[in-house]
Write a protein that binds this ligand. Structure first.
Ligand SMILES: Nc1ncnc2c1ncn2[C@@H]1O[C@H](COP(=O)(O)OP(=O)(O)OP(=O)(O)O)[C@@H](O)[C@H]1O
Ligand SMILES: [Mg+2]
Length: 359
């Protein structure tokens, strides 16, 4: 098992969100010299309320049941899974290490990683990827470290055990969204981009320069905060607040009353994103971000484009993770896919990595 890696067998991407599970299964085909990906299976399944909280599994039996259900409903062709982790039990850091011979590099990186990870080596699984060598120091290499708490990983593995699925690969959600964007939009491989994946409880921010992740942060804010405040301020039940947030008509609720509540939470999210950008800028010599890409369920918020354009001076767009994927119109509901597209960004990135593509 690895955070990174290349699969050879059939594996699907399963995004275990606290709001919904998402499945993407792909098939890689050769078309001339190019490899194209075709959609084999797609699934979406809401998760029972509070069975996952901020990336931690609270009710294993309920999550396992949802996994079995989504597998059954989406008519997948394999039981082999790649899933992603995120949140406070995950640490991602970019470090510079001295370049040694390939045989010495592994031990060297693990040693250099120690001071950067605030847990004992026994508490975490560590993985890393060696990026391009340092621009200005030829004897140094940039390494992106990823550590996840074993306790958290074991909770997930336990759920897969109960639901009788085989875990072939574990990735970071942030790396999955980046992988999906780069595979679907070739042009972003040459730029510095920030992907903001706004889910229900977590917003993953990943900054990538010329196709490699250089900065990752998970913010504990998302769609839940919008719903919670709408519920409180307008005195509504959860389901009604969710509907109102999604722009649906609800008796006795005027859209004018919803707007300031949405704006307030967006303000908090925006502040955190701006802080993240500032941190990135102050830690790198060249902090320019060329494009912002938005995904996750909360990217479907009606006012999201207006809100982003008011606050950020950087061109942005909503990610379509099916942009470069072949879809058989007879097998899949294109309306559903186009409506839900940004929600599948994590699952798509997991699936793309799993079919043996480059990162
Ligand atoms: N049309 C919409 N307008 C506003 N919000 C929406 C819309 N559709 C979905 N959402 C919100 O998106 C969130 C779910 O997004 P997503 O599926 O990306 O989260 P998740 O991956 O399950 O959660 P997390 O990763 O944060 O644990 C929910 O808060 C939901 O209310
Ligand atoms: Mg998510």
């Amino acid at each position: 098992m690895s955070f990174f890696g290349f699969g050879t067998k059939r594996i699907l991407g399963l995004d275990i969100g606290s709001f919904a599970l998402k499945i993407v299964e792909l098939k890689a085909k050769k078309k001339g010299k190019e490899v194209v990906h075709e959609l084999v299976a797609l699934g979406y399944e809401p998760v029972p309320y509070q069975s996952i909280v901020e990336g931690s599994i609270m009710d294993s039996a309920a999550v396992a049941e949802s996994i079995q259900h989504i597998f059954y409903e989406s008519k997948v062709k394999t039981n082999n899974v790649s899933f992603g982790v995120s949140g406070s039990s995950v640490i991602v850091k970019k470090i510079e290490v001295q370049k040694l011979s390939p045989s010495e590099m592994h031990e060297h990186i693990l040693w250099e990683a120690r001071p950067h990870i605030p847990f004992t080596p026994e508490e975490v699984n560590i993985d890393y990827e060696i990026l391009d060598q340092s621009d200005d120091q030829p004897n140094m290499a940039s390494v992106i470290l990823a550590a996840v708490k074993k306790e958290k990983l074991n909770d997930y593995l336990n759920v897969f055990d109960i639901s009788q699925k085989k875990v072939e690969m574990v990735d970071l959600e942030s790396f999955a969204v980046l992988n999906s964007v780069l595979k679907n939009y070739e042009m972003y491989k040459d730029r510095t981009i920030a992907i903001i994946n706004i889910g229900a409880s977590i917003t993953n921010v990943v900054i990538s320069k010329r196709g490699s992740p250089v900065f990752v942060r998970d913010i504990a804010l998302g769609g839940n905060q919008f719903t919670d405040l709408i519920q409180k301020e307008l005195n509504l039940k959860y389901e009604k607040a969710e509907s109102v947030k999604k722009g649906r008509q609800v008796d006795g609720v005027s859209p004018a009353a919803v707007k300031p509540v949405v704006n307030l939470i967006f303000g908090e999210l925006k502040n955190e994103v701006k802080k993240t950008f500032e941190f990135y800028r102050s830690n790198t010599m060249e902090g320019r971000i060329d494009n912002i890409l938005l995904s996750g369920g909360t990217a479907n918020l009606d006012s999201i484009l207006d809100l982003f354009s008011q606050e950020f001076d950087i061109p942005f767009e909503i990610v379509n993770p099916f942009n470069n994927i072949e879809i058989n119109e007879k097998k899949f509901d294109l309306n559903f896919i186009s409506e839900m597209a940004p929600v599948f960004n994590v699952a798509m990135g997991l699936a793309l990595r799993a079919v043996g593509d480059e990162k």
